[in-house]
Design a protein around this ligand. Structure first.
Ligand code: 2HA
Ligand code: ZN
Length: 273
């Protein structure tokens, strides 16, 4: 089967374009990765090229040894993925120890996987373990309103979580574990990957101050939907704060407790202060 004809590649391309249309991927901003299922790799195995050399990931992810990932290319534009997918995205294979990768398909004009590969893979490793393999998508986007909020709210998980939950009734149902925040860090390296993957032990959403957001999920719909929900909530908060520094009314702690009961979600006590 042709790589480009598979459902997972088509879903990946659609998600890149949806993110671009939201305004989250100026220039080469943002990146996306998908941990490919064994049966999906088997469909395309004879289209893959196993002649490239393995090169270091920049971190080690032993629990992902020998897995395959579909990822966006470093320096490539989300805007172009739908037009020329084979030039802008690639499939990589990890070696047995999860220390090196090689490109087995795509980036047909040359290039490398996303500059945030260490963060993507360390997040995948945490989520694969915690969700017994259910989570397969890691998505990084430069979401305008979340970035704006990192200049005016204290960079604390409990402040961001409560403020975002209060902006839309569905929020605590969509991200009941809340969101994590890291202060400004140099992107692209192992340090920010370690900090982000630590947040991913507790949350499906990690905010990078003055930069953007990482989301994790089971599939493209859920992961895009999560990014979209958090960013929409941030947009409402930006509007509210632009109108007034003081909310006249909001969703109360008691309201959250009632919501959690009826929607059968567990909201951590630390956010119900
Ligand atoms: O340019 O978003 O964080 C890709 C990025 C780096
Ligand atoms: Zn970025």
């Amino acid at each position: 089967m042709k790589v480009l004809d598979t459902n997972f590649v088509q879903g990946f391309i659609r998600m890149c374009n949806d993110g671009y249309l939201q305004g989250w991927h100026e220039r080469n901003g943002g990146n996306l990765s998908y941990r490919i299922k064994e049966e999906e790799i088997n469909l395309i195995r004879n289209e893959l090229n196993f002649n490239n050399n393995f090169v270091p990931i920049g971190t080690n992810v032993p629990k992902l040894g020998e897995e395959f990932f579909l990822v966006t290319g470093s320096g490539k534009y989300f805007r172009n993925v739908i037009l020329e997918p084979e030039e802008n995205i690639c499939i990589i294979e990890l070696d047995k120890d999860g220390e090196n990768y090689r490109i087995v398909w795509g980036l047909s004009n040359g290039g490398k996987p996303t500059s945030e590969l260490p963060s993507h893979l360390m997040n995948h490793e945490v989520k694969k373990t915690l969700t017994s393999g259910l989570h397969r998508v890691i998505y990084h986007a430069h979401t305008t309103n979340i970035i704006a909020l990192t200049f005016v709210l204290p960079l604390e998980d409990k402040i961001f979580t409560r403020e975002l939950w209060e902006m839309a009734t569905e929020c605590p149902v969509v991200f009941p574990q809340g969101v994590g925040v890291v202060g400004w860090m140099v992107p692209g390296g192992r340090d920010i990957a370690v900090a982000t993957s630590n947040l991913m032990k507790n949350y499906d959403v990690a905010i990078w101050a003055h930069h953007g957001m990482f989301c994790s999920g089971e599939n493209f719909d859920l992961t895009f939907g999560l990014m979209h929900t958090v960013e929409k909530s941030a947009e409402i908060l930006v509007k509210v704060l632009s109108i007034t520094p003081n909310k006249l009314q909001t969703i109360s702690v008691e309201n959250f407790r009632n919501l959690a009961k009826d929607f059968n979600v567990k909201l951590p006590e630390k956010f119900l202060y």
